[in-house]
Unconditional design. Structure first.
Lengths: 133, 132
């Protein structure tokens, strides 16, 4: 069961929709043949940065990481969290909720930087995975 | 109610009033940590760390600037134990007390002018006492 990301709005966001699984062969005359292995893009990426947030909020992100990865689950975003500030179809890309079939998983552990007593900055990376059924 | 001027000012180092101080200055700042998120229409900030630096200019009359100069221009290492100075910057009945390290000293000796020492300092930690 996917786990909702904590109710925090990022300071910065970077998204890439991923690529289509394919291999390209180029002949000696330059002609290219592409073998496509699937019709869905995979391995989308999402990077979120939370600058100067309270330590309690930073802790909630680390707890979410443990909760999601502890059972190899996925994380969901909404327009109130990771997809804040987007609208319409762009929000569906950020959330991967528009029928892409991708699920967000942590690409690695969040990175926390202490700023001053009670305040930290956190950066998270996610990868959109096309889970096998 | 009255204006303050140079005649009301004084500078103390480790409890001793320094002579021949022609001016002192203090510049105080507070960091602005940005907390603007992607849903905001305007930038937002939260206070970060405080910091302060200052300067003092002292005429080289007898040994007037030595109590501060000796913490910058000296043989041997500069240490926290021996070279952190308790400064009191005063004007009238008001004052700002700090612990500071001397970070720079410029001595000027030229024909036709009184020799002067210009000293820079950085405040360590919080203000010890403030009366504004």
């Amino acid at each position: 069961m996917p786990v909702a990301f904590p109710n925090l709005k990022p300071s910065a966001r970077s998204y890439s929709p991923g690529e289509y699984p394919q291999t390209a062969f180029q002949a000696q005359n330059g002609a290219v043949t592409v073998v496509r292995f699937g019709s869905r893009r995979v391995d989308s990426t999402l990077e979120l940065t939370f600058n100067n947030i309270a330590d309690a909020d930073a802790s909630s992100i680390l707890q979410n990481y443990e909760q999601v990865n502890g059972v190899w689950d996925s994380v969901t975003f909404t327009t109130a969290t990771g997809a804040v500030g987007t609208a319409g179809s762009l929000a569906e890309f950020i959330e991967e909720s528009g029928g892409s079939g991708l699920r967000w998983r942590y690409a690695g552990p969040p990175r926390l930087t202490s700023i001053k007593p009670g305040f930290s900055s956190v950066s998270c990376s996610f990868v959109g995975v096309l889970d096998g059924v | 109610m009255a204006f303050f001027s140079g005649r009301d000012g004084s500078l103390y180092a480790d409890g001793v009033k320094l002579a021949r101080v022609s001016n002192w200055s203090l510049s105080s700042t507070v960091e602005a940590l940005e907390v603007t998120d992607l849903g905001d229409d305007s930038r937002d900030y939260t206070p970060g760390l405080k910091a302060a630096t200052g300067t003092a200019s002292i005429f080289y009359y007898d040994d007037a600037p030595v109590p501060l100069l000796q913490h910058v221009i000296k043989t041997g290492p500069v240490t926290d134990a021996t070279d952190k100075v308790a400064l009191s910057l005063r004007w009238g009945d008001k004052k700002i007390d700090v612990n500071a390290i001397m970070t720079s000293a410029a001595l000027t000796c030229q024909v036709g002018a009184v020799m002067q020492a210009d000293i820079g300092f950085s405040v360590c930690g919080d203000y010890s006492d403030v009366v504004l």
